[in-house]
Design a protein around this ligand. Structure first.
Ligand SMILES: Nc1ncnc2c1ncn2[C@@H]1O[C@H](COP(=O)(O)OP(=O)(O)OP(=O)(O)O)[C@@H](O)[C@H]1O
Ligand SMILES: [Mg+2]
Length: 364
């Protein structure tokens, strides 16, 4: 298995696509978690139903696998409206967008995935379409070119992006509602898994769900994927009811550990600790030590390690936190602990920076 087709990669793999369609909740009530976004969105939709108008344009942002595509489908379903799906990369010319916009029917929901990857001219056409439900179609070239205005029926644009920061301000401002999706808690993931297990006709007890949820990196897509692997394992081992032990054993076999780290994640931490005494060490040196490209280490392994408070990025290089040592079952030596930047001293949520500020010992 290469580093990028890991079981805990947040993006969809080919195998996910078919099954994801089957597991997608179809209405807001079945959509687990994201309470704030769900409540706000439900208000937006209800208000538009009461006014008898198409809903405000909606922007959904957040990391891969948290439910942006799912929510866009739910919006269309809740509005009882047809859904048209396209994406930023598919719209390279303004003409591509014009073709889509001019064929929309009244009230239709247009979902543009990866909206931050649309071309500039298309983006500018979209501004006018969103605001005035109108586009100018340019006919001809050069001096003879003329703009033919075209009225559009009212529609609702749902844009999705994993990189809200890359959206130009004028585009962001034209959305009536922006929902930012957050990583899910383990409790929420358990609910996602319960629902999926029911649809997949699997028997799993509460501890079994908790075990899978804990390894799913806060991401429903990963949770569903791990659940399928557990199902395979249970089938082969002739296990009817899955508990924490069987779920754990299955996922251990697929090299997804109790925190949801995969082989590469653990290799990075292990190298950092055993070869460099916990760091700091430069990215490229660390990458060589695990036999990967620096970019793979930086974009595939590091984000989650940093999020979990296992790895720190400092101006002098990467360091393993105390939580990382403990996760590998090792004790952080006192001199290493003393040399750590104070805000990297402990795991997530226990930042001790101010309290211990002047206790820093010299490096040894
Ligand atoms: N809140 C949720 N409740 C239940 N299942 C969910 C939820 N969010 C996501 N899922 C499940 O996770 C899978 C991935 O979700 P989705 O495709 O909507 O993610 P996404 O945010 O669009 O990801 P990407 O950025 O990669 O396009 C779906 O198949 C769906 O079954
Ligand atoms: Mg999506």
């Amino acid at each position: 298995m290469s580093a990028t087709d890991s079981l805990v990669a947040p993006g969809p793999d080919p195998d996910d696509k078919a099954i994801e369609a089957a597991l997608r909740p179809k209405n807001l009530d079945d959509f687990v978690g994201q309470k704030r976004v769900r409540e706000q969105l439900s208000l937006v939709l209800e208000a538009s139903r009461l006014r008898g108008r198409s809903a405000d344009h909606v922007l959904l942002s957040g990391p891969p696998g948290l439910g942006k595509t799912t929510l866009s489908m739910i919006i269309a379903a809740e509005m009882n409206a047809p859904l048209r799906i396209s994406s930023g990369p598919a719209i390279q010319h303004a003409g591509d967008l014009a073709a889509i916009l001019s064929s929309l029917t009244e009230g239709e929901v247009l979902f543009l995935d990866e909206i931050h990857r649309m071309s500039r001219p298309a983006e500018e056409m979209l501004y006018m379409a969103m605001e005035d439900f109108r586009v100018d179609i340019i006919v001809g070239k050069g001096a003879g070119a003329t703009a033919i205005p075209l009225e559009l029926p009212p529609f609702t644009l749902v844009g999705a992006t994993t990189r809200a920061g890359l959206l130009p301000g004028p585009l962001r401002d034209r959305f009536g509602f922006t929902g930012h999706l957050e990583f899910y808690s383990t409790d929420e993931l358990e609910l996602v898994l319960r629902r999926s297990a029911m649809l997949m006709d699997m028997k799993v007890n509460s501890a079994g769900f908790a075990e899978v949820a804990g390894r799913s990196r806060g991401t429903p897509r990963i949770a569903n994927r791990l659940l399928r692997r557990v199902r395979d394992w249970a089938l082969v081992h002739g296990i009817e009811q899955i508990d924490a032990r069987s779920a754990g054993a299955a996922l251990d076999m697929y090299e997804v550990d109790a925190l949801g780290l995969d082989r590469l994640d653990r290799a990075v931490l292990t190298a950092l600790i055993t070869k460099f005494n916990g760091g700091p060490v430069g990215l490229s040196t660390l990458a060589i030590a695990v036999g990967e490209e620096p970019e793979t280490v930086e974009t595939v392994a590091e984000p989650y390690l940093v999020r979990e408070g296992l790895l720190g990025r400092t101006p002098r290089g990467r360091i393993a936190t105390r939580a990382a040592w403990e996760h590998l079952g090792l004790q952080m030596p006192e001199n290493v602990a003393a040399a750590m930047p104070q805000n990297m001293f402990s795991g997530p949520g226990t930042n001790t920076s101010s309290a211990a500020a002047d206790e820093s010992a010299p490096e040894t």
